[in-house]
Write a protein that binds this ligand. Structure first.
Ligand code: 4AD
Ligand code: MG
Length: 461
């Protein structure tokens, strides 16, 4: 058996040879006593042209095939110097594995992204989505490769957890299957304490707290897995289930953290550009005309670094009318983030040292007592792609922060102990994997970069 990828990648090795291919009909053009099939076998972005004629015993069946029928084709690979592609296959035998019916919903015409979302089980057979999901796979491998080559240990934090890593209350509750609706307690609120074999548990919003525990043993670690947020934001950049990659580094500060993030971003982008050339050219042609030149630029230039206070000054000085007024202390909105990265700097920008009141409890307080050692990476087209910080390593300060945030230090006993037994300065960040894929492909909706999206209005699949 041969794969289409091998035919494209190995010069001439298969020419004039008999080969067997298995794949799906992407296109078919039936003429009088011969015809063409574009066969895609999934191993390569492009398909390969099959020429068939009425010498085939089942010619009548072949000419009536509908799109996406699956075939086993035997034939000779012939060079086609005048053709669009360098070669084609002259079929000597075509076996139909599975017929596709005439109402196949992915026809040759251009479909809208909205329509394609309603057929999430079939959309990977379209050009756009086969490109997106191969890029997603390659980017995921690049992330592992980057960290493994630098001796980071891959850690798998729990999905079911009892701690709110972000302290933002955006968690989905986990309950056992035979869960019975509990009675109302005195306050009139529902007591869910019996949810998970007697313990109240949730789906993780971030593996960071567990990642810190492992960084304080292995020094450099990373996590990469699904995370869940019950935030009710129906936007093109938020999903209720998304993948996050979180490195955590010990004996390191905010600057080390930014250097790591910048290196990793550049590595992953160049790796994908090298390993998914056909897909990236496709995006550049059909999704975003400046994509390749922009990514090239990013790999070769330095990311900008400004403080939150500087960002606020830039925003206040600009003539642009923002819907949300800018004052020191506000949480930057998407419109602000996009203005800074798209109109002012036109490249990725790290914004650091945010007001402590708008950031998570675990971030290290700066000497000004007003800001924390936080960093967000903003990129054109997407906005925030990375959120990170240096962590508060001082036990008393951390305990106080937990209390100030209305949380119970007892729930975080083990996290606090990390500061008691050989704590050290340490830092880390979280990369939203879907946002990275949006950035690399130019796709503009998070629903189109994850196979089966879970978002606020999600209903099917
Ligand atoms: O900024 P966030 O909330 O940071 C954390 O979770 C930290 N614990 C990370 C760390 O320091 N280890 O989330 C990190 C990134 C965001 O920058 C964004 O790219 C992505 O995760 N993200 C989402 N992506 C899709 N849908 C959502 N609802 C997301 N929420 C966050
Ligand atoms: Mg954030």
């Amino acid at each position: 058996k041969t794969f289409v990828k091998d035919i494209y990648k190995t010069d001439e090795k298969y020419l004039e040879k008999e080969i067997i291919l298995e794949g799906w009909v992407r296109n078919i053009r039936a003429l009088k006593n011969f015809g063409f099939i574009e066969l895609n076998d999934g191993t390569f972005f492009k398909g390969i042209q099959i020429v068939y004629s009425d010498e085939l015993s089942n010619f009548a069946e072949i000419e009536k095939l509908h799109l996406s029928s699956s075939l086993r084709v035997k034939g000779i690979l012939k060079p086609t110097p005048q053709g669009k592609q360098p070669f084609e296959i002259q079929a000597t035998d075509i076996e139909v594995e599975g017929l596709s019916s005439s109402d196949y919903p992915l026809q040759k015409k251009k479909h809208t992204m909205e329509y394609l979302r309603t057929i999430a089980h079939l959309r990977p057979r379209s050009n756009t989505f086969s490109a997106v999901f191969r890029v997603r796979s390659i980017a995921s491998y690049a992330i592992h490769k980057f960290f493994q080559e630098r001796d980071f240990v891959y850690v798998n934090p729990p999905i079911i957890t009892s701690s709110d890593a972000e302290g933002a209350g955006e968690m989905f509750r986990v309950s056992t299957l035979d869960y019975k609706k509990p009675p109302l307690d005195n306050e009139g609120s529902i007591d869910y304490k019996e949810d998970f074999f007697g313990k109240e548990t949730f789906l993780t919003v971030s593996g960071q707290l567990e990642a810190e525990a492992y960084a304080l043993s292995f020094k450099n670690i990373y996590t990469f897995g699904p995370t869940f947020r019950a935030e009710n934001s129906n936007t093109s950049r938020h999903a209720a289930e998304f993948w996050m990659m979180e490195p955590e580094i010990a004996f390191a500060d905010l600057k080390d953290n930014m250097n790591l993030a910048e290196k990793m971003m550049k590595y992953v982008i160049s790796y994908v550009m090298d390993e998914a050339k056909e897909e990236m050219e496709f995006f550049n042609k059909f999704i975003d005309k400046d994509l390749l030149s922009r990514l090239e630029n990013i790999v070769n230039s330095e990311f900008e670094r400004i403080t939150y206070t500087e960002a606020v000054e830039i925003l206040k000085k600009s003539n642009k009318k923002f819907n949300y007024p800018v004052e020191w202390g506000i949480d930057l909105q998407t419109e602000h983030e996009r203005y800074i990265t798209e109109e002012v700097f036109k490249k990725p920008v790290f914004v650091t040292d945010y007001p402590k009141d708008i950031k998570a409890f675990y971030m290290r307080e700066n000497d000004d007592n007003k800001t924390v050692a936080a960093m967000d990476l903003l990129v054109p087209g997407v906005g925030e792609i990375i959120g990170g910080s240096q962590r508060e390593e001082r036990l008393e300060l951390l305990e106080q922060k937990i209390i100030d945030n209305g949380m119970n230090p007892e729930d975080y006993w083990w996290y606090l102990e990390l500061r008691k037994y050989g704590g050290t300065k340490h830092a880390g960040f979280g990369l939203g994997f879907e946002r990275l894929i949006m950035y690399i492909t130019g796709m503009t909706n998070i629903r189109d970069v994850i196979p089966f999206p879970r978002t606020v209005n999600w209903a099917e699949f």
